[in-house]
Design a protein around this ligand. Structure first.
Ligand SMILES: Nc1nc2c(ncn2[C@@H]2O[C@H](COP(=O)(O)OP(=O)(O)OP(=O)(O)O)[C@@H](O)[C@H]2O)c(=O)[nH]1
Ligand SMILES: [Mg+2]
Length: 296
């Protein structure tokens, strides 16, 4: 160990839905700490992914995508979760998609700037731009929207150009003791990871708007003779949704369970049994008490 003082801090990652915030955090941490799907509004919670290297620990705060909140309580709570995540951080990172600047990006920028900390710009999905030079006018025009502390173009999915970003973030981490254990990868526990994995598989298998009406809660956790038995409830907002989640002859629910169990058994490196139940709580996304009760 060197005598260099330790540095540690938080960098919040903000942006409109689907720009690749969670993919980026997973790539930086080197582990899936936050679920990813091709659909907007996948992340619903503030999740801290941890990158500890040498004397520096970076807490990367994932947030729900900032969007024009519709009337739903869930939308509102998700936007509040993202907005509130700028408090107490050392750096804000605005993620945008290469070549696409929309009103919701401007909204996310104003949230990022509201914390009074430096804002770095991340231009993600550069793998979709050819030739690369075509990026320059976009970077220049977004650069005029704010006095960014730095700009890093990268591809989170291909893990391309991540190192310059880590170096930039490191410069903004203040001296101080680590906030988390140095082998910890996230601030969330296994139950959360299980619930989110089930929600990810549901989101990938179900169509259109339905994933938005789903919440997953782990309610049983028992280890017997090396077998982990987990029970989880999938909450839906209407009876008709329950039938869709279960599928004909239970096929959809079975497939969700199969995919989630495979991934969890691999990641936890143990045998596990996963029971899924579907329950209805009428109109829960409109009901703030229910939204908060489900852990949002
Ligand atoms: N081509 C390409 N796709 C990417 C890249 N990064 C992320 N994606 C894809 O973009 C989609 C959304 O990724 P997420 O990481 O879930 O996006 P997010 O910003 O966390 O979305 P919300 O949680 O809904 O706000 C997924 O299909 C990713 O695979 C990238 O660098 N290149
Ligand atoms: Mg996300």
């Amino acid at each position: 160990m060197s005598d260099n003082p330790r540095h540690s801090g938080l960098a919040v990652i903000l942006g409109r839905p689907n720009v690749g915030k969670s993919t980026l955090i997973n790539a930086l941490v080197g582990e899936k700490v936050s679920i990813v799907t091709h659909k907007a509004q996948t992340t619903r919670h503030r999740i801290v992914g941890l990158l500890t290297r040498g004397n520096t620990q970076i807490g990367l705060v994932d947030t729900p995508g900032l969007h024009r909140g519709g009337g739903h309580a869930l939308n509102r709570v998700m936007n509040e979760t993202a907005t509130g995540s700028v408090d107490g951080v050392d750096l804000a990172l605005l993620v945008v998609e290469a070549g696409r600047w929309r009103d919701e990006d401007a909204q996310a920028l104003s949230v990022a700037a509201s914390g009074g900390v430096p804002v770095g710009l991340i231009v993600n999905k550069v793998d979709r731009v050819t030739p690369r030079e075509a990026l320059l006018p976009f970077i220049e025009s977004v650069g005029r929207e704010h006095d960014f502390a730095f700009v890093v173009p990268l591809s989170a999915r291909r893990e391309d150009n991540l190192e310059p970003l880590v170096e930039e973030i490191t410069r903004f981490m203040p001296a101080g003791e680590f906030l988390f254990d140095d082998d910890q990868l996230s601030d969330r526990d296994l139950r959360f990871m299980v619930a989110e994995t089930v929600r990810e598989k549901l989101t990938l298998l179900l169509h259109q708007e339905l994933p938005y009406s789903l919440a997953v809660n782990v309610d049983a956790w028992e280890e017997v003779d090396g077998l982990l038995r987990i029970g989880a409830v999938i909450w839906v907002a209407r009876d008709s949704q329950k039938a869709i989640v279960i599928g004909s002859g239970g096929a959809t629910l079975k497939e969700v369970g199969r995919r989630a169990r495979l991934e969890l058994a691999r990641r936890l490196d143990r045998r596990l049994h996963l029971s899924l139940w579907v329950k209805v709580r009428e109109h829960w996304p409109d009901d703030e008490a229910a939204v908060r009760g489900f852990g949002h």
